[in-house]
Design a protein around this ligand. Structure first.
Ligand SMILES: Cc1cc2nc3c(=O)[nH]c(=O)nc-3n(C[C@H](O)[C@H](O)[C@H](O)COP(=O)(O)O)c2cc1C
Ligand code: SF4
Length: 516
């Protein structure tokens, strides 16, 4: 009797809707019916709206079944699941699902496809070919490729990765570090998690290439503690990679040594800011450092350090393997390549959509996201996490690229997109922006520490209808002070969501409380 491969994701979103129970039901049902299966716990393809997404390998094809519940499993077996049988949950071959096929999957291309715990599975799909190509090309050519690709940091600031790497490579130091920012604190973002759960070895490879190119021998992944499953998957993958000789001393006889430790955060948003993250990595309280010096010059333990986001680093192996030109050919102007956009909030088809820069926000929300989950009109969309502006319906045709967003006083950030329907009260969201800053502020500078608390009070007065005009002016002035006098983007960008609400949704203050 032949063995059939069945894939059931082990990824936080799918597990939250019952993937573990489905996996158990599949194993139990197979045993009871005497069928031989190999159960693979893959990552997610990113189509969270179809989870748990179960696949059965039939010859060269993988037949997908969507939104499978444990209670569906007996019926699925009766319908011939292991032969790809017909059933109301059957979606057809996974590589023919439009929502997946029409993406530009450069960074997430292995997510869902491979077994995240298996080096062999990773190798079969081009794993470590980027590192091998880096060894063959040499340090200088690798940095040249990253620079020529136009890759910009995906953590929020969009700083060119090549320049950062070159600075660290040029630095003369006895020790250098690669610090991967996996804090992923922005609301509505989960692409780092998806990558680390679905293709953790890609991140390891990206970090090893960064280490090789810049002369660093040690890497740290700063992972948010709210991702316990990610932690387990990542730790297991790193161990497997080390056992296979792709981490550690003299990797594959190249003469290059590199290793990685995972460090867990403690639930602080500001520890995603790179210098606060370095403080935390050093075992101290996560307080923002004044810059200069830049981390690339004096970072972790005072040594030159590359700080890059998960997606930035995971984009590199394919750039080195397939060529900078191919990457640079995607996107628009200075926004080259792809971004895994994350659709969240009130959206019908939530998940991660990796697309080249340049499509419009409306296309993403309507064509990919299918509009709101409630079926009501879109009122506002927050892009770029809690420090991002709220866009109104008439801004939805803005192209998704760094420059177009800057031009309208917004930012793309890490690509998180949170949709609100017409029942949302935006005055409350403005209050939330200030309150969030007050709670998460590291406390180092006054405009952020004190300003955010005063901001909540001013907004409360506006909501209550207490001298709304006077308090409006005060809020505008406070936003100016916070933007220009804060030490980092936490206090400096909290005005973005607040101002966008004053500009587009001012009526919500009047509809919330007393008269003006
Ligand atoms: C308050 C605050 C929170 C941040 N949180 C994150 C985060 O969770 N993940 C991240 O990669 N970058 C975050 N950043 C951006 C980092 O400071 C930094 O720009 C980034 O890690 C650099 O990597 P990149 O160039 O690859 O984007 C945050 C910045 C600020 C000001
Ligand atoms: S802006 Fe806020 S988070 Fe940033 S240094 Fe100042 S107090 Fe800390």
């Amino acid at each position: 009797m032949s063995t059939t491969r069945v894939y059931v994701p082990r990824e936080t979103a799918s597990v939250s809707v019952g993937a573990d129970e489905v996996a158990l039901a599949v194993a139990t049902q197979a045993k009871q019916s005497g069928a031989r299966i190999e159960l693979i716990r893959n990552g997610s393809w990113g189509a969270s709206w179809l989870e748990p997404l179960v696949e059965v390998e039939i010859g060269e094809q993988r037949i997908a079944y969507g939104n499978v519940a444990a209670s569906d499993v007996p019926g699925l077996f009766a319908a011939g699941l292991l032969e790809g049988g017909d059933h109301e949950r059957r979606l057809g071959p996974v590589n023919e699902i439009d929502w997946l096929v029409k993406q530009d999957r450069w960074t997430l291309f292995r997510c869902g496809l491979v077994d995240p715990a298996s080096v062999d599975s990773f190798r079969e799909r081009g794993g470590f070919a980027g590192l091998e190509a880096a060894f063959a090309a040499g340090r200088a050519r690798v940095i040249e490729a990253v620079t020529d690709s136009g890759l910009r940091g995906r953590g929020g600031a969009g700083f060119p990765a090549g320049i950062k790497w070159q600075t660290v490579a040029n630095a003369d130091a006895d020790r250098k570090y690669i610090a991967c920012n996996a804090d992923e604190g922005d609301s509505g973002t989960f692409s780092d998690r998806l990558l680390m759960e679905g293709d953790p070895m890609c991140l390891v490879e990206g970090m090893a290439i960064a280490g090789f190119a810049t002369g660093a021998s040690k890497g740290y992944i700063y992972l948010r503690s709210e991702y316990p499953l990610t932690h387990r998957i990542l730790a297991r993958a790193i161990e497997a990679v080390r056992d296979a000789g792709w981490l550690g001393e003299d990797i594959q006889g190249s003469g290059f040594s590199f290793d990685i430790d995972v460090h867990l955060g403690a639930g602080s948003y500001v520890c995603g800011e790179e210098t606060a993250m370095l403080e935390s990595l050093e075992g101290k309280r996560g307080i923002v450092r004044a810059k200069p010096p830049l981390p690339a010059v004096a970072g972790l333990f005072g040594k030159p350090t590359v700080v890059n986001n998960v997606i930035t680093l995971a984009s590199v192996p394919n750039i080195v393997r397939l060529g900078a030109d191919r990457y640079a050919a995607m996107g628009v102007d200075r926004s080259t390549g792809t971004l895994p956009f994350q659709l969240a909030g009130n959206i019908r088809r939530g998940g991660v959509v990796e697309k080249a820069f340049g499509l419009s926000l409306r296309e993403l929300i309507e064509d990919w996201g299918g509009g709101t989950a409630s079926g009501r009109p879109v009122k506002a969309v927050q892009v770029g996490g809690p420090l991002g502006a709220y866009l109104s319906e008439n801004q939805l045709d803005t192209a998704l690229d760094y420059e177009s967003f800057t031009a309208i006083g917004a930012m793309l950030g890490h690509g998180g997109i949170v949709v609100f329907d017409d029942t949302a009260n935006m005055a409350q969201q403005a209050r939330f922006a200030m309150e969030f800053c007050a709670i998460e502020s590291c406390g180092k500078c006054t405009p952020c520490r004190i300003g955010s608390t005063r901001g909540v009070e001013v907004i409360d007065r506006m909501i209550a209808g207490d001298d709304r005009e006077g308090n409006y002016d005060l809020l505008v002035e406070l936003c100016d002070t916070m933007e220009h006098a804060s030490l980092c983007a936490m206090g400096g960008m909290t005005p973005y969501p607040v101002r966008s609400i004053l500009e587009h949704f001012a009526d919500d203050f009047a509809s919330t409380g007393g008269s003006r």
